[in-house]
Ligand binder design. Structure first.
Ligand code: TRP
Length: 367
């Protein structure tokens, strides 16, 4: 990225469910920090409904219902429509026009090599029955990014192949048609816990389909219940037994969320997480106490989010209005980029006076 290039962020989420703590540590918390850092000229946050439809074509109602959930989650975490543009992907049709042109620059073999697409195809059990739209979503994702001239794309590690594919499309476009597009860089989470917060069952990632999530919109009772049932160390049977902290959800979550101030406030017996871990590993510390502390830590994070969400829920039309205005802004930016692309591709026939004059001359000469 050169120094004088404006710093522009684009990122987004598929609206297929409410957002959970995994989204929070992996992306939302960071987005709010980036937003408030004042270091970016523009920030675009996209609700990727059209991408969600690529494998939910028969269930548009699910996508439709979850748009407002994701928007409420965004706003309640502190994304501020004064500082960033929150918009809905399908309301920016230019993205699909761009996608169509990018499709000519990418081979089927190249998409098939994309590791994220590969594993998603496997997960969903697709063969030749894969929807073409789903297969091409890395290409449409390149449109999402380039339409806004974004150079910074905060995403999870699983999205790195998408960014790489986007960079290739940018290089190809610029080489063939001229330097119009900007090559983006991914910004991935810094810590292990932020990269993949395990589900409450200790399994891989927090994911809706596994039913192991703590949602940002869960009530305090739901959170407490989920923390109580959380997977710990299955061999830690008696309080006096030494316990393991690796693979123990309670400690993974504490790694992601707790600070020394939390100890000072709720559990002054320990100065920090290292001291707590040492005691747990030595033996003599029960899961119940650790879970109680974790619940207090999580509530400190979730309480303000929940309160803000509750406020926003009182005026849903205002939330749709934020999305409508954001979509209008996004649409005009994308139209501007598309215009530049079409100029470079020399397919802006009606604004190409030179072309019209030359064609006219050709036929005049014949007479
Ligand atoms: N694929 C992303 C996800 O599943 C969502 C997304 C769509 C996105 N377009 C994007 C993310 C562009 C970053 C940039 O979460």
């Amino acid at each position: 990225m050169s120094d004088n290039e404006p710093k522009i962020i684009l990122t987004g989420d598929r609206p297929t469910g409410k957002l959970h703590l995994g989204h929070y540590v992996g992306s939302l918390r960071r987005r709010v920090e980036l937003q408030n850092s004042g270091q970016f000229d523009k920030i675009f946050i996209m609700i990727a409904d059209a991408q969600a439809l690529t494998d939910n074509a028969d269930n548009p109602e699910k996508v439709r219902q979850n748009i407002i959930e994701v928007a409420l989650d965004y706003l309640s975490c502190g994304l501020d429509p004064e500082k960033c543009t929150i918009f809905i992907q399908s309301q920016v049709p230019e993205l699909y026009e761009m996608t169509a042109y990018y499709m000519n620059l990418v081979t089927v073999a190249r998409v098939q090599r994309n590791p994220t697409v590969k594993s998603e195809i496997q997960m969903r059990g697709f063969n030749a029955d894969i929807p073409v739209g789903f297969f091409c979503y890395p290409i449409s994702q390149a449109a999402d990014i380039t339409a806004f001239m974004a150079n910074t794309v905060p995403v999870g590690e699983d999205q790195l192949p998408m960014i790489e594919q986007c960079r290739e499309i940018v290089r190809k476009f610029n080489a063939v048609y001229g330097p119009v597009l900007v090559e983006p860089e991914a910004l991935i989470p810094e810590t292990e816990a932020a990269k993949r917060l395990p589900g409450t069952d200790g399994k891989a990632k927090m994911s809706k389909s596994l039913g192991n999530c703590i949602y940002l919109s869960d009530s305090p009772e739901e959170v407490a219940k989920k923390v109580k049932g959380m997977y710990t160390d299955p061999d830690h049977l008696k309080v006096s037994d030494p316990g393991k902290v690796e693979g123990n959800c309670v400690f993974t979550y504490l790694d992601a969320f707790c600070t020394d101030e939390h100890f000072a406030k709720y559990w002054p017996d320990y100065a920090n997480l290292d001291e707590l871990k040492a005691h747990y590993m030595r033996g003599g510390l029960g899961d119940v106490k650790c879970k109680k502390f974790l619940n207090q830590v999580l509530e400190e994070v979730l309480e303000p989010i929940r309160a803000r969400r509750h406020e926003l829920e009182q005026d849903i039309p205002a939330v749709y209005e934020i999305l409508r205005q954001g979509s209008a802004v996004a649409q005009s930016v994308a139209a501007d980029t598309l215009g530049k692309m079409k100029d470079a591709m020399r397919i802006n026939y009606f604004s190409d006076a030179e072309l019209i004059a030359a064609q006219s001359e050709k036929y005049q000469a014949v007479d």
